[in-house]
Ligand binder design. Structure first.
Ligand SMILES: *Cc1c(COP(=O)(O)O)cnc(C)c1O
Length: 395
């Protein structure tokens, strides 16, 4: 037992080894390398005693199958959490995590750079449930202490912000929150647990949109919440009560994506850095917003806390009319125009944070474009961008 799977001796394997082994035991499945797709709602018991005592590891499809359990175990192991819940989308992981910690009459703090639909949830359903949200400046650091109220139950971080890339001082914010008994939640989709380890920096609930790099192929939606021992029972209870379960194919695809996560991220990082550096030298570009570049305002935090960078970053262009930006993006051959990221393909979209920010002002001084650098050859991507920047200048 254990050869090729997880059930051997417990060793401190490095992340690239963990993603290959985690949540897998071939000899539970006749020696087949991958945990198969189990489809099913009903789970039969051998007798009444077993049924009434809920003695099986699996009792009902919604509560877990060998396929989803393999993924949940792998995520909890990789994150270093006491347990992990799976949800059908990244957004439902976020709404479930917040619902698990906040009650009517509570107040929560949310970063001004939170993913748009997270804000929407806080401003609508969460508000209707009697929970008040205050948005805060992501670079607030230890001064977050001033924003706590007696009823502040949780703080929600996302670092870096996935459009504007401000980094948060997670350990300082987590320390201030712990002192006041508030739960620390973080959307860690950008870094994944390979490049930033939330629980090691004081985060209680670590959230990922598995839709992005975990899936890695733009073919599924999935969310994960890993929780520390203190919070895992609450997360498990909330996810179970809400009735959330990802489909079996999506769980299987996420497990498949997990196996290549380390090599894919490495390539996304290398190509992303090459292209970010190339863009930084272009006359059309005012500023590159990439945490791993020394010019990034919070680069010191990235160096201190992160093990790598994914393929997602933005640029501020020198002032040009919107039509020129469209001429740049529209004719790019290798960059699709689309929301989401983390797949093998490159993307480019215009964006404007001024539309939704409330705690901070967004005034970058030129049009902004977000890139996702995929797994294509970086030189081909650069050549495509070079043709695009010529169109930008000529338009
Ligand atoms: C995409 C994304 C989500 C939501 O994931 P879905 O599966 O689309 O619901 C949450 N947070 C971040 C940072 C994302 O990029």
């Amino acid at each position: 037992m254990g050869k090729g799977g997880e059930n051997g001796e417990k060793r401190n394997y490095r992340p690239a080894t963990q993603v290959v082994r985690a949540g897998r035991d071939p000899f539970e499945h006749e020696g087949f390398v991958n945990t198969p797709i189990y489809r099913g709602s009903t789970v039969l018991s051998p007798d009444v005693d077993h049924f009434l005592g809920k003695k099986g590891r699996f009792v009902y499809g919604r509560r877990g199958t060998p396929t989803t359990a393999a993924l949940a175990d792998a995520i909890a192991g990789l994150e270093g959490g006491a347990g992990a819940a799976l949800t059908p989308s990244g957004l439902s992981a976020i709404t479930t995590a917040i619902t698990a910690v906040a009650r009517s009459g509570d107040h929560i703090l949310v970063t001004d750079t939170a993913y748009g639909p997270t804000r929407h949830f806080c401003d609508t359903l969460l508000a209707a449930m009697g929970v008040e949200t205050t948005y805060y400046d992501p670079v607030v650091g230890a001064a977050i202490a001033d924003l706590f109220r007696p009823n502040t139950r949780a703080i929600y971080l996302e670092s870096p912000g996935s459009l504007s890339f401000e980094l948060q001082d997670v350990p300082a914010i987590a320390a201030a929150s712990k002192q006041r008994g508030a739960a620390v939640l973080m959307d860690n989709t950008w870094a994944t647990p390979l490049y930033f380890r939330p629980h090691e920096h004081g985060v209680d609930l670590s959230i990922q949109a598995g839709t992005k790099y975990l899936g890695g192929h733009a073919d599924l939606n999935l969310g994960t919440i890993s929780a520390t021992g203190e919070w895992w029972p609450k997360v498990k209870e909330a996810a179970g009560t809400l009735g959330l379960c990802p489909g079996p194919e999506d769980a299987f695809l996420a497990l498949r994506g997990l196996r290549t996560l380390a090599v894919r991220l490495e390539r996304h990082m290398q190509s992303g850095l090459a292209i970010a550096n190339w863009l930084a030298g272009r006359p059309e570009v005012k500023q590159v917003l990439h945490p791993a570049l020394a010019t990034h305002p919070q680069h010191a935090i990235w160096k201190r806390d992160f093990h790598g960078a994914c393929g997602l970053f933005s640029v501020v262009l020198k002032p040009r009319p919107q039509a020129a930006v469209a001429a740049f993006i529209d004719e790019l051959e290798l960059f699709g125009i689309g929301a989401s990221w983390g797949g093998y393909e490159s993307l480019a979209i215009p964006f404007d944070c001024a539309k939704f920010r409330t705690a901070t002002r967004w005034n970058p001084g030129g049009p902004t474009v977000r890139f996702h650098i995929g797994l294509e050859d970086a030189d081909d991507l650069i050549a495509d961008l070079e043709r695009g920047l010529k169109r930008l200048a000529a338009a």
